[in-house]
Design a protein around this ligand. Structure first.
Ligand code: ADP
Ligand code: MG
Length: 262
């Protein structure tokens, strides 16, 4: 079998923020290969560089040293080629635009024809259970609904690579379960590549083909786990021994990273 194409490739990637008092080593020698069709979760305590890593992929931060490519290009080239959709940790919707018009914005910028825009917006809203909220303004929606709208915005765009920074962190568990299932279906159907940041071990294990365990000060990768779970995953899979075994390994990785601290 030929290996799938590399979507994100990091080699000895380092990023140091120059803060006023002391430099912050947000990423230290990160080596990682994300292949087309992978669902990769990044998990680790606050401050271990998860957001920074996504921001480097998206060309919102520049590496200090090492190498990173996105679809074989530099992050800047990939950004210009609109290689990814980004779901931020906070919804980041424009308050003066309706939900529909917020989702339309990137599509307008990319000059999608109006009829196509409408279709994409409707499909994306249905996917996140927000059909009927097209004409509402963000401030008329709950925080969870706003986050779903921002997910719809990244989905409508239909990029092959989705970067998602704790997109479901603010949602209650029932809604989160539903969106996890929907996201998996979408991923299976579309062959998208997803880089997903989470704090939740069950969420990481349920969703991923690959789990990247990180630890802080300096931010680094401490374990990379290739999931043995099948692609088809009913929610009940979370009760199986195989699932619990992977969850156990993630927890061990997080604990090992923690013991670095003095
Ligand atoms: P995570 O998303 O895993 O919580 P971040 O990538 O946001 O972690 O941050 C990694 C480290 O870099 C943290 O110590 C954080 O305080 C620091 N950091 C993030 N952004 C900046 C910045 N713009 N300037 C200085 N330090 C930063
Ligand atoms: Mg973060």
């Amino acid at each position: 079998m030929t290996q799938a194409a590399s979507v994100v490739s990091a080699k000895d990637l380092c990023l140091t923020y120059q803060a006023d008092d002391a430099p912050v080593h947000a990423l230290s020698n990160v080596n990682l290969d994300v292949r087309k069709g992978d669902f990769v979760s990044f998990i680790g305590p606050s401050g271990c560089g998860k957001t920074t890593f996504l921001r480097v992929i998206a060309d919102l931060e520049r590496k200090t040293s090492g190498d990173i490519t996105v679809n074989g290009m530099t992050p800047e080239e990939a950004r210009k080629a609109r290689a990814y959709g980004y779901v931020f940790q906070a919804p980041a919707l424009y308050p003066w635009r309706t939900i529909e018009k917020n989702i339309a914005l990137p599509l307008e910028i990319m000059s999608y024809p109006s009829a196509d825009r409408k279709k994409r917006i409707a499909a994306a809203l249905e996917l996140v259970n927000l059909s009927g909220f097209e004409k509402k303004f963000p401030w008329q929606l709950s925080g969870g609904m706003q986050q779903r709208a921002s997910i719809a915005r990244a989905l409508a765009f239909d990029a092959d690579l989705l970067l998602m920074d704790e997109p479901f962190g603010a949602l209650d568990e029932i809604v989160r379960d539903h969106l996890n299932e929907e996201l998996l279906k979408l991923w299976a159907r579309t062959d998208k590549t997803i880089c997903f940041v989470t704090h939740s071990i069950p969420e990481a294990v349920y969703l991923s083909t690959k789990i990247v365990v990180m630890s802080p000060r300096p931010g680094r990768v401490t374990d990379i786990i290739d999931s043995t779970l099948p692609k088809e995953r009913p929610l009940g899979i979370r009760e199986t021994p195989e699932f619990l075994e992977i969850a156990h390994r993630v927890r061990e990785g997080l604990r090992a990273g923690h013991s670095y601290e003095h």
